[in-house]
Design a protein around this ligand. Structure first.
Ligand SMILES: NC(=O)c1ccc[n+]([C@@H]2O[C@H](COP(=O)([O-])OP(=O)(O)OC[C@H]3O[C@@H](n4cnc5c(N)ncnc54)[C@H](O)[C@@H]3O)[C@@H](O)[C@H]2O)c1
Length: 457
């Protein structure tokens, strides 16, 4: 029997639920440990035995701040299992499995369907809650799939997740909003009730709209990133400084300051695949999403501009030693999925450069192209280097423009792909500095005037 029925329990009034989670990845583990912290009993099911064993031993299989503490504090309310039967008596079944891109760019829903196919016998009115990011229309198909499997009594709710890696626990516990899309009001009430204590606005809507909210929110964030990156590129061509520009633009209350930081482009497990999935979703429905296509293309080109900046100072890169500083797609995570560092490393190797890399948490080169040497310290990475490229804005790199780094390098060139450093301070410390969309030093302007071809190399 499911441990409760909606008539008996009201989660918004503090009744505790038994929550089942499919997937012990970033979303599943954070969701599970946060619900446990809110007092619910949680069973997290994964299909990777090693992952489940490590979690049972109290180890977190990836780098995410606050998760180890949450797991430790809530051990008594958290169970990890490989056995799908262990979720049979749960009130809620959260689907948090990965939905990677297929070759066509569409979202691969095979793991979602495996969850639906594997659901054990369920009694009462448990609710299947979709947290994985899925194309619009998935909920309707899953609803149908449940009915076909004889699980019409199982509710279905779309409850997309907006957490950002590196800040995931805070994002879950203090969300800007909680989106609940349902076919039945009672199911929406039940899921919304789980979040009452978080005191966040709840957006209640139909399932298709909930699915679209997630895709549209991500697409809009990416649009802002590509927009400011293009402005940065125009700043470089015209002599403006994108940091000043972004500040002046972001103070407009109609626009706001977020996601207006120019850099080498977005990566990660969500943005690239979700933008492709939305673009393909539109195409499959007969609509060409011009703006999103441009956002994706701008992002691809942005990563490659680093090569031009290196060549501007070093000439042909063959045989040049380049240090890549930061590998994960952003700070405070070890996630390497679609990290710009991978594209940069590949491009540098293709140009014939020697690449040494450092990251404070990614300690091996498994996700990188063969030929990149991953070393244990920043100093090892820059020793004898012709250039250092800041790829990820790790806190540890904020003081990169220092004496021991400059003397260790064969040539003191810093290409700051995240605008992490103060250009004037870096130049005063004896470095040649290139940011993204930053105003150039007078000496660089003179060099450019003498060699107008450099940008195209
Ligand atoms: N990572 C993020 O920042 C983030 C944020 C918001 C939304 N999302 C979305 O949430 C979903 C999950 O993302 P993630 O980053 O947590 O993925 P992940 O790859 O880190 O974790 C997915 C987990 O699901 C497990 N799994 C696969 N099939 C399973 C099954 N049948 N039963 C149980 N477990 C199974 C995998 O072994 C893996 O541990 C994706 O759709 C993603 O787009 C991710």
């Amino acid at each position: 029997m499911a441990s409760s029925s909606l008539t008996a329990r009201d989660y918004s009034l503090g009744d505790m639920a038994k929550v089942g989670i499919f997937g012990a990845g970033w979303v599943g583990l954070v969701t599970g440990s946060c619900f446990a912290d809110l007092g619910h009993d949680v069973v997290i099911r994964d299909v990777v035995p090693e992952k489940v064993e490590r979690l049972r031993a109290g180890e977190v299989p990836f780098h995410e701040p606050d998760v180890p503490e949450l797991l430790e504090r809530n051990r008594a309310r958290l169970t990890f299992t490989l056995d799908v039967g262990d979720v049979a008596d749960c009130d809620f079944l959260f689907v948090c499995v990965d939905t990677p891109p297929t070759y066509s760019g569409d979202a691969d829903l095979s793991r979602v369907w495996t969850v639906v196919d594997e659901l054990p016998e369920l009694d009462g009115r448990p609710i299947l809650v979709m947290k994985s990011t899925v194309p619009v229309g998935t909920g309707e198909k899953v609803r149908h799939g449940l009915d076909v499997r004889g699980l019409s009594h199982v509710g279905y709710v779309s409850n997309p997740e907006f957490l950002a890696e590196g800040n995931a626990v805070r994002d879950f516990m203090r969300p800007d909003r909680v989106v609940v899309g349902a076919f039945a009001d009672a199911d929406a009430d039940a899921v919304a009730g789980l979040y009452t204590r978080l005191d966040a606005p709840i957006v209640r809507c139909d399932v298709n709209s909930a699915e679209m909210i997630k895709l549209a929110a991500n697409a809009f964030l990416m649009t802002r990133i590509s927009f400011i990156n293009e402005i940065a590129n125009v700043c470089e061509a015209t002599g403006a400084d994108v940091v000043n520009v972004a500040e002046g633009v972001g103070l407009d209350h109609r626009l706001g300051p977020h996601f207006l930081r120019a850099g080498i482009g977005y990566g990660g497990s969500c943005f690239p695949k979700d933008s492709l999935a939305l673009k393909q979703l539109a195409s499959n429905s007969g609509y060409h999403f011009h703006l999103l296509a441009a956002v994706i293309e701008v992002n691809e080109l942005q990563k490659r501009r680093v090569i031009g900046k290196l060549a501007k100072h070093l000439g042909p890169l063959r045989g040049k030693k380049v240090a890549l500083l930061g590998l994960s797609f952003k700070p405070n995570t070890d996630d390497m999925r679609e990290a710009p560092s991978i594209v940069l490393a590949s491009r540098l190797l293709a140009e014939g450069a020697e690449v040494r890399a450092w990251d404070p948490v990614v300690r091996d080169g498994r996700a990188l192209p063969r030929g990149v040497e991953v070393v244990g310290s920043v100093l090892d990475a820059v020793a004898g280097a012709d250039a250092a490229v800041i790829v990820t804005e790790w806190r540890e790199l904020r003081d990169l423009a220092r004496e021991d780094i400059r003397t260790a390098m064969a040539n003191p060139l810093i290409v700051d792909g995240r605008n992490l450093l103060d250009p004037a301070a870096a130049r005063a410390a004896g470095f040649v500095y290139e940011g993204v969309g930053r105003r150039m030093a007078a000496t660089d302007v003179l060099a450019e005037t003498a060699d107008p071809e450099h940008e195209l190399r």
